[in-house]
Design a protein around this ligand. Structure first.
Ligand SMILES: [Cu+2]
Length: 137
């Protein structure tokens, strides 16, 4: 009886390993979103930022200083998140909750040129990869 269970367990482990190993490889990360100046003239452009299980996508954005945008934060993961943006001097420019399966729209004006950082401030989320940068020119 014990050997039957051992064989059964072995088959389960083997099938699991095969299924896991046959998954399609992860696609390459998308390029950083560039917002062309002409798109800025009419109205606020919408920048889409996805929150995945352990990452933001894209991880890098480029914006123009003093040009207002709307950041549309889409939570596609199975847990709550947050979007915090700090300007080059470390001042908090954005701090919003991004609940499970919801999209939050955030008005944002990068007032000074430089490198902004963005991340999820929930415990350990940033450590696991939920962070990125915004280059403001
Ligand atoms: Cu998070």
């Amino acid at each position: 009886m014990r050997t039957i269970w051992l064989k059964f367990f072995g088959v389960v482990v083997l099938v699991s390993a095969l299924l896991y190993g046959c998954r399609a490889p992860a696609p390459p990360p998308p390029p950083a979103i560039e917002v062309p100046p002409e798109a800025m003239s009419a109205k606020r452009p919408v920048i889409t930022l996805k929150v995945l299980e352990r990452a933001f996508e894209p991880k890098q954005l480029t914006l123009d200083a003093k040009v207002p945008v709307i950041i549309s934060v889409i939570n596609t993961s199975g847990q709550n998140h947050n979007l915090t943006i700090k300007d080059p001097e470390g001042h908090r420019a954005v701090d919003v909750k991004v609940p499970i399966a919801q999209t939050v729209t955030v008005p944002f004006v990068p007032n000074v040129p430089g490198t902004y950082i963005f991340y999820c401030k929930l415990t350990l989320h940033r450590t696991f990869g939920e962070e990125g940068t915004i280059e403001v020119r």
